[in-house]
Design a protein around this ligand. Structure first.
Ligand SMILES: *[C@@H]1O[C@H](CO)[C@@H](O)[C@H](O)[C@H]1NC(C)=O
Ligand SMILES: *[C@@H]1O[C@H](CO)[C@@H](O)[C@H](O)[C@H]1NC(C)=O
Ligand SMILES: *[C@@H]1O[C@H](CO)[C@@H](O)[C@H](O)[C@H]1NC(C)=O
Length: 637
């Protein structure tokens, strides 16, 4: 039984080595730069990061230097590299089309390494595709990512004038062949074909290539190639097109972009499907290779058989070793954190949050961090989930979310280390010492940024995270007064029965959505509610639970007051007196108050989602049919 199972991969393996050898001998012969093919297909900047993107650019040189060395010194056409500084990892990946010489590959890299820096300094990663090569960097390890709907795309070339139906069917044939063969080209996932267009007057050919990044699995490569080839359907009659996704690149053209002798013999890979007829040559090659493979198989089987069992474990692919480690949070040494915070001294204490005390710490390398000592009561659940939760949170990267740098466990103590925000939290700017110091533009940016951060947690991160405790003290401000939401993900560590604290809610119209406070019904709409309260606080400069003093509205909480004013059409009077009326557009402010009221509607179902809120904030006015309904006021004795 085993021979049959082993034969297939081995066959591919040796065939691939054989191909590589041929390819390699051409490549090393050709040391002169002819054409690095740096025609731009696409530059894409990941703007979902935080301001630390600029740090990444500094570290890039190191990552890129490593990539370049691998191409130059090891004649590689595919390389990955990583560098870490100040707990900020930067992962780089580079690939050039296999038909390029090493000199051209290096030239393509050099152009890409400069141009990929065109992204703004906030960019948290970037991808740059040229015809000849592909360079990308990012802050988390995503080498196994095959497709992303936000990124995969096609670029259709010029319309052809020749008979388009014959062309289309030839292109389709070439793409189908590449689709079948490329994922089977184990190790380098690359194939190039030249297919004559039947009955074309001047001997027209379709030149086509497909390539996956070397860190994908065979099925990952197949997934990517499937989606890339499906995209070609819209432009099969064009003279050239490129389709790409995170893990692969495909291109065809009626003009040659690689030499005729650089095509890949993909026939054996197509035959595996039993689709085309055998010819004699194929049979002979098949038998010869089959025999060689069989003998080698026997040797390898013998080798495996005499080896101890332990070593049969799957070993990660070449360069991948050590990378998966980085995805886990950085573990800090307890003693280091203790000395960084002067033994958790009160002078270093920044505040006391729902989950524990936060201290300002200065690490040995000079980096200032926020150190949060969790005081969540020990529970089995917490012990079990701490590590996985922290791993999850430390992989959340968004410019409007506070970054978790790492953690520390010592005995029963659990500590989280976050990036430090000099300006501290929003409540101080609204109600504290700095009251009245935020202008309208800054308030608007905070409203929008907070909505974006929540959208990411609810809808864009691969696990939905409900914050459960959105309030002004949990919204920190960076040096540019951009908001960053703190403490997300932690609520899941609370014991089940404590996860909604009705006591905190009692007697006040707080941040907590009524259905959650009263019945423990939790959905992301509970965050939407709290967000709506925060919006009203930002606009009015008033605490939600502070009774208004003086005037007709005496004895009303913020939400009640906002609703009443809205009903009378006078909600503009809610605006903070310290704001200069020349600074803001009245209609815009009214719209945002209405958005706040939409978020705090009694029925969770009809509250907008956070991505809808982002859309509403950015569009002109609210549509006629969008009218907030009444919030739920709980009677207070
Ligand atoms: C990093 O590389 C860029 C472009 O190659 C260069 O302009 C810059 O000076 C380098 N920075 C450092 C710190 O080496
Ligand atoms: C990067 O910026 C330079 C200078 O503005 C420009 O010439 C170049 O085309 C840009 N590259 C990309 C890939 O956008
Ligand atoms: C492939 O063709 C090019 C010319 O197009 C030639 O210079 C090169 O030597 C050829 N390589 C082989 C291995 O035949």
């Amino acid at each position: 039984m085993r021979p049959e199972l082993q034969q297939k991969p081995l066959f591919f393996f040796f065939f691939f080595i054989f191909l590589n050898f041929i390819l390699w001998s051409w490549l090393t012969l050709d040391g002169v730069v002819s054409d690095p093919q740096t025609n731009l297909v696409r530059l894409w900047c990941d703007q979902n990061g935080d301001n630390d993107g600029s740090i990444m650019k500094e570290i890039l040189n190191e990552t890129f230097g490593d990539l370049r060395a691998q191409i130059k010194d090891q004649n590689k056409q595919f390389a990955i590299a990583q560098a870490v500084r100040a707990n900020m990892p930067v992962f780089g990946l580079f690939q050039c089309r296999n038909y390029l010489s090493i000199a051209d590959c290096l030239a393509c890299f050099d152009v890409a390494a400069v141009n990929i820096r065109n992204c703004s300094k906030q960019a948290y990663g970037s991808r740059l595709v040229y015809d000849g090569c592909f360079l990308r960097y990012e802050s988390s390890q995503q080498y196994d990512l095959a497709t992303e709907t936000a990124w995969g795309n096609i670029r259709c070339g010029n319309q052809t004038i020749i008979d388009s139906s014959t062309l289309a069917s030839t292109v389709q044939q070439a793409l189908t062949n590449l689709n079948t063969a490329t994922p089977k080209m184990a190790g380098n996932f690359y194939a190039a074909t030249k297919t004559p267009v039947p009955n074309s007057n001047n001997g027209l050919n379709i030149y086509a290539i497909a390539q996956c990044v070397g860190t994908l699995s065979q099925s990952g490569c197949q997934t990517c190639i499937n989606s890339a080839s499906a995209r070609f359907q819209t432009c099969l009659t064009n003279s050239n097109s490129e389709s790409y996704d995170t893990g692969c690149f495909m291109r065809y053209s009626t003009s040659s972009f690689f030499a005729d002798n650089q095509t890949t013999d993909i026939k054996p890979f197509l035959k595996q499907q039993g689709s085309s007829s055998n010819n004699n040559k194929g049979v002979i090659i098949g038998i010869v290779i089959g025999c060689v493979v069989f003998v080698l198989f026997l040797l390898i089987a013998l080798f495996i058989w005499i080896r101890p069992r332990k070593s049969q474990k799957r070993v990660p692919r070449g360069d991948m070793t050590g990378i998966s480690k980085l995805k886990a949070p950085v573990n800090y040494n307890y003693r280091d954190l203790k000395s960084a915070t002067k033994n958790f001294s009160s002078e270093n204490k920044l505040g006391e949050g729902g989950f524990g005390s936060v201290y300002k710490g200065t690490l040995k390398n000079g980096k200032v961090v926020a150190v949060k000592k969790l005081t969540i009561r020990q529970s089995k659940r917490m012990e079990e989930e701490f590590e996985s939760e922290v791993r999850l949170i430390s992989n959340v990267h968004h410019r409007n979310l506070v970054r978790l740098l790492g953690c520390c466990s010592k005995g029963k103590t659990r500590i989280l280390v976050y990036e430090y925000m000099e300006k501290t939290s929003l409540d101080r700017f609204l109600f504290g010492k700095k009251k009245g110091s935020l202008n309208w533009k800054q308030r608007y940016d905070i409203i929008l940024g907070t909505a974006r951060g929540l959208t990411y947690l609810h809808e864009e991160f691969h696990v939905r995270i409900i914050h459960r405790d959105i309030k002004t003290n949990n919204i920190l401000l960076d040096d540019d007064l951009q908001p960053k939401i703190a403490d997300f993900g932690l609520a899941r560590l609370l014991p089940e029965e404590k996860s909604h604290l009705s006591t905190r809610f009692a007697g006040t119209l707080g941040y907590t959505a009524p259905e959650y406070a009263m019945h423990g019904q939790l959905s992301e709409k509970a965050d939407v509610y709290s967000y709506g309260v925060v919006v009203l606080e930002i606009i009015s400069g008033r605490r939600n639970n502070q009774l208004s003093i003086g005037g007709a509205a005496e004895g009303e909480f913020l939400l009640q007051k906002a609703w009443k004013l809205y009903q009378r059409g006078t909600h503009l009077s809610l605006v903070d007196d310290t704001l200069d009326p020349n600074e803001y557009d009245e209609e815009e402010v009214k719209k945002i108050i209405e958005i706040g009221l939409l978020c705090t509607q009694a029925s969770a179902e009809i509250r907008p989602t956070m991505s809808q809120v982002v859309g509403l904030l950015q569009q002109g006015g609210l549509a006629e049919d969008i009218r907030p309904t009444m919030p739920l006021f709980i009677e207070i004795d």
